[in-house]
Every structure is written in C-alpha cells, then in structure tokens.
Design a protein around this ligand. Structure first.
Ligand code: ADP
Ligand code: MG
Length: 330
C-alpha cells in the first residue's frame, strides 16, 4: 500500500460535500471560499501515541478525538467549523488502521458538516495533526481576554470524567481515591472512557455564547490551568467554589470526594467551555446552553487581582492539586 493509496482511502471515506470548497484533496493546496462578512478562525493540535492517547486506543477513537480537540478550540472562539486538514504520520502503511481512523474522524466531521480538504501522509512514529478552520462574523470571536471583576464564571457539561477514566486505566495512578468496585467497562467506567475517547466539542454552546460571554476558553489542560489563562489574558483573578463544580454520577461512583474534586480541578481532556459573563445573564445563559445540549453551571466569580483560588462552603481557601498538564515540564 503506497502513500497515494492511503490518501485515496482517506479521500473516499471522509468525503463530505460543501459548496465553499472550490478544490479539495488532490492538488498542491486546497482552495475554498470564506463567506463575505466573516473572519477565518484557524487552529491546529497534535495527538501523539503514549502522550495524548493510550497505546491500545481504538483507531476510530483516535480519528474522532484528533478532530474533536480542534473543534473544541474553534468552539471556544465562538466559531462555526467548516474545513479540516489532516497530517498523518504512520509507522507503516496499515490500510486497516487508516480505514478505521477515517471512520471515527468522519463520524464527527459529518455531524458538524466539515469537509476534509487536504493534509499530508508520512512514515514515522504514530502522530496525528489536525488543522481546523471555521468562521465568525467580523469582530464576534470570543477570546481569553475580556473577563471583568464581578463577572460570574461558568463551565459547560461535567468536569473530571476523562481524567477519571485515565486514572482507572492506569492502575498505579488510580491511588487510594478510586473505588475498585466499579472498575468495570460495563459500569460507570464505560461512560467515563467514552468521555476520554469521544469528547463532544461544544460547538453549539460556543455559537450561543458569542453574544452572551465576555471571555471563553476550552478546558483541555484542567480547569485551574485554563481558567488561569483567562485570568492572565484578562488581567483579573478568579474564585471557584469547590462545592459548585459539576461532577457526574459516574465519577461520584468511582472516586472519593477529594479525588473527584482534584480530577475536576486539574485533570485534563474535559473539552468543556469555561467562560465568564455579567451576573444578570445567568438565567439566559443556562437556558441557551440547555438548548445547546450541554447545560452550564455557575462555578464562581471573577475578582480583582490575579490567579485562581478555590474556596469551600465557608469561603476558606483550600489547597489544590498541581495545575494542569504542560509539555517540557518534566
Ligand atoms: P505534495 O507532494 O504536493 O505535498 P501530497 O502528495 O502530499 O502533495 O498530497 C497530495 C494531495 O493529497 C494533496 O491535496 C494533499 O492535501 C492530500 N493529502 C495528503 N495526505 C492527506 C491526508 N492525510 N488527509 C487528507 N488529505 C491528504
Ligand atoms: Mg505532502
């Protein structure tokens, strides 16, 4: 199987028609049309075997997640996704792997009407880089800057599920906080694994938040780390109420209270949106994000100063785990 045969497999399996694609896979570069009155929003993210996914992850899940993590970045900007590029490095020309990878990739791509318009295929240790492109009306993008003291802080969906699944998959890390009774893929663990392997990018939520949020980020490296980026960019601080963190029944069934709080605060791979807004918009936001399918929970507020602190129900600051994942940090 040659490089070009693999590209043909991807082109055939990932076909998705869009009127704005003038020239897709097959020439030296793709040609597409940005609608008038829109700005182009672009992002790229790499997944590496052993760093971003477990070595035994199903190829379909790798394909889904490689696109999902990029769509999550577009969602956090309030963008409507349109196109994707895929740079795939494979140890060998494994058609079976590429077919299954493409099936997972295209399942998510079709759900959001995204056309795969190009990429690159090379040999080497397994690595997947996706570039995603989308639009916002001129000036409408959400950014990390813009949070103001007095804003409330929200997060979509639930936190800590993916990190919980990872902890349960790596027994030495599961530690004392894990309850072994539910270590079964058929039980709550299966739901947690789905959150690790098939994150749902919050595209509809991002679109709804364009007119409602002041600042937004997607939670990929853990809430403390990512909200910290919003605070730095906005020149403010944040106070999070530990008891307000949205935690799923599956995570509750699998970990003790302190472990699930730590997973929600510092575990990675949530791909939820964390955003700030004026307090009086709370009811509108909760309604809009219920309609978007993920809901939103108020978890704290923006304050003057810097940094993120977490408080208990008495307002006392509590110790938090080391914030977030960073490459080159170990
Ligand atoms: P070039 O040598 O000009 O870089 P390639 O042979 O790498 O061209 O690619 C041929 C065509 O196939 C290009 O349109 C490219 O965008 C597309 N392509 C290559 N690899 C992939 C991939 N993994 N996914 C999608 N399109 C791809
Ligand atoms: Mg090339």
């Amino acid at each position: 199987m040659s490089e070009f045969a693999l590209i043909d497999v991807l082109r055939a399996r990932c076909a998705q028609a869009r009127d704005d694609v003038v020239l897709g896979i097959g020439d030296d570069a793709a040609l597409s049309t940005v609608p008038p009155g829109r700005q182009l929003v672009s992002c790229t993210d790499t997944l590496l075997a052993g760093v971003h996914f477990l070595p035994d992850t199903a190829p379909e899940d790798i394909g889904w997640k490689a696109l999902a993590v990029n769509l999550s970045d577009l969602a956090s900007m309030g963008a409507e996704p349109a196109w994707a590029l895929l740079a795939l490095t494979l140890p060998e020309a494994d058609t079976g792997f590429v077919e299954r990878f493409a099936d997972g990739f295209v399942e998510l791509a079709r759900a959001h009407d995204i056309a795969l318009i190009g990429g690159d295929t090379t040999q080497g240790p397994l690595s997947v880089t996706v570039t995603a492109l989308g639009f916002v009306p001129i000036g409408a993008a959400l950014t990390r800057a813009g949070a103001r003291a007095g804003d409330v802080v929200f997060v979509t969906g639930m936190l800590g599920d993916a990190a919980g699944a990872l902890a349960l998959s790596l027994p030495p890390l599961a530690g004392e906080g894990a309850r072994s009774a539910v270590f079964s893929p058929e039980g709550g663990w299966g739901q947690l694994l789905k959150r690790l392997n098939r994150p749902e990018p919050r595209i509809a939520a991002g679109l709804a938040l364009r007119d409602l949020a002041r600042a937004c980020i997607d939670v990929s490296d853990g809430l403390l780390a990512d909200l910290g980026h919003v605070c730095t960019a906005s020149n403010v601080g944040a106070e999070i109420e530990a008891d307000a963190l949205p935690i799923s029944p599956e995570l509750t069934a699998s970990f003790d209270a302190q472990t699930r709080r730590d997973l929600a605060l510092a575990g990675g791979d949530d791909y939820e949106l964390c955003f700030t807004a004026p307090a009086e918009r709370e009811a509108t936001i909760v309604k809009a994000l219920d309609r978007a399918g993920c809901g939103a929970t108020r978890i704290g507020r923006i304050v003057a100063g810097s940094g993120v602190r977490v408080v208990d129900s008495h307002g006392n600051v509590i110790a938090t785990p080391r914030a977030g994942w960073e490459h080159f940090s170990r």
